[in-house]
Design a protein around this ligand. Structure first.
Ligand SMILES: NC(=O)c1ccc[n+]([C@@H]2O[C@H](COP(=O)([O-])OP(=O)(O)OC[C@H]3O[C@@H](n4cnc5c(N)ncnc54)[C@H](OP(=O)(O)O)[C@@H]3O)[C@@H](O)[C@H]2O)c1
Length: 232
């Protein structure tokens, strides 16, 4: 399988790269800044031709188009895409605290990024028998649970869930699998040290979610790392 993973230089993205490489797949690791990719170096050394670094800033459509050209020079087809890159932005629980410019960055990264990636890269997936898209979301995006945590991040993840649901409906006739997953609270730069889960453990579960046959018909499209239905 050939999988493109964004935000691959640290956190969950790095662990996802490792698990796919361990299991013999080819990974296209999307990295915003090569100077921050030192944690990928051991994987580059170990897996050499199975790992390709793809510079991409997901908040920029131009950067995504450049990444598309590079990916197309490496492979004619893609089997799976994991939209993992995201930013939390400035935490604000009160409307008067909201920083609109910061929210714009969060919106571009967490919503427009995944949309532009699928828009431009989906044609490369059409000949694949796998055709899997995993959008890494969050329980923070649940509208029914009303998380009073962070306006920008929660709104962006709610929108990502809606995008996932619409995309799943559109692409179902073409046999695409499209899923949003809440990975759980993880020990990463975003999650902090107090989080209960290790991103390596979560990545193993997400590998299962991406590769399991869609026997369970999801009419909801957001699940936790174990595949349990979550509230939208
Ligand atoms: N950690 C948690 O507890 C938790 C809980 C629920 C959901 N999630 C979700 O899980 C996913 C991974 O989170 P994480 O904890 O691994 O986060 P993280 O440690 O903060 O890592 C975020 C990754 O996204 C990349 N990124 C951010 N903005 C980007 C951009 N514009 N273009 C390209 N890459 C960009 C970062 O690259 P740089 O190094 O260049 O900044 C980094 O690789 C995210 O979608 C997050 O929302 C996390």
């Amino acid at each position: 399988m050939i999988v493109f993973i964004t935000g691959a230089n640290r956190g969950l993205g790095l662990s996802l790269c490792e698990i796919f490489l361990e299991r013999g797949h080819h990974v296209l690791a999307g990295v915003r800044n090569r100077n921050r990719a030192e944690r990928l170096q051991p994987l580059i050394t170990k897996y050499k031709e199975k790992l390709s670094i793809i510079p991409v800033d997901v908040s920029s459509e131009d950067s995504i188009l450049q990444a598309y050209s590079l990916i197309a020079s490496v492979t004619p087809k893609l089997d799976a895409i994991i939209n993992n890159a995201a930013r939390e932005g400035i935490r604000c629980k009160k409307i008067r605290e909201v920083d609109i410019a910061d929210f714009e960055e969060t919106w571009k990264t967490n919503v427009l990024g995944p949309m532009a990636i699928i828009k431009h890269l989906k044609p490369m997936m059409e000949s694949s028998p796998v055709k899997s898209i995993l959008n890494i979301s969050s329980e923070a995006g649940s509208i029914s649970e009303i998380p009073l945590k962070n306006y920008g991040y929660s709104i962006s993840k709610a929108a990502l869930n809606m995008f996932t649901r619409m995309l799943e409906r559109e692409l179902k006739p073409e046999n695409f699998k499209v899923l949003a997953v809440h990975p759980g609270w993880m020990k990463t730069e975003m999650g902090g040290e107090d989080a209960p889960y290790d991103p390596g453990e979560i990545a193993r579960h997400l590998y299962e979610r991406l590769t399991e046959s869609s026997g369970k018909e999801h009419d909801f499209n957001i699940v936790d790392h174990l595949g349990n239905r979550m509230a939208l």
